[in-house]
Design a binder for this molecule. Sequence first.
Ligand SMILES: [Zn+2]
Length: 156
Amino acid sequence: MKFIADSMLGKLCKWIRILGFSCKFVESHERDPEMMKLEAINEKRIILTRDTRLSAARRNLLPRVVFVRNQNWRKQLAQVIKEINLSRSQFRLFSRCLICDSLLINADEKDLTVVKKEIVKREKAFSKCPLCGRIYWRASHIENSRKLLDKILNEE
Ligand SMILES: [Zn+2]
């Protein structure tokens, strides 16, 4: 399952990545509904948008569009999970870079020189983004987002 989100949905896009799904983020200056539709079709992505022109495309069946109603990102995330019927067993929390969407790989010791010593001491597992080099400490990130996710899904 892959997504493409428009410029109004940055926080939602980040959260889709936290769940482990690819989400392409379209910056406002490059935003063109027709292009987004083409990209979605070519790359089999589900469009996430607040743009009603795109939501009208829903009737054409392809590509699939979720018109995000709420301005609050928690409600947006809950809506997408519900509407796409995503189940927790599909989530791969923190398997993907939140900045550039790449799949993370295990970090080795020499990657950790940029991480604060107390974090290296405290955490057990680290991943890194092969593209942008960002380091993630998995366990804490996963635990925190799981808690927040529980809250968000219970708010519904
Ligand atoms: Zn990255």
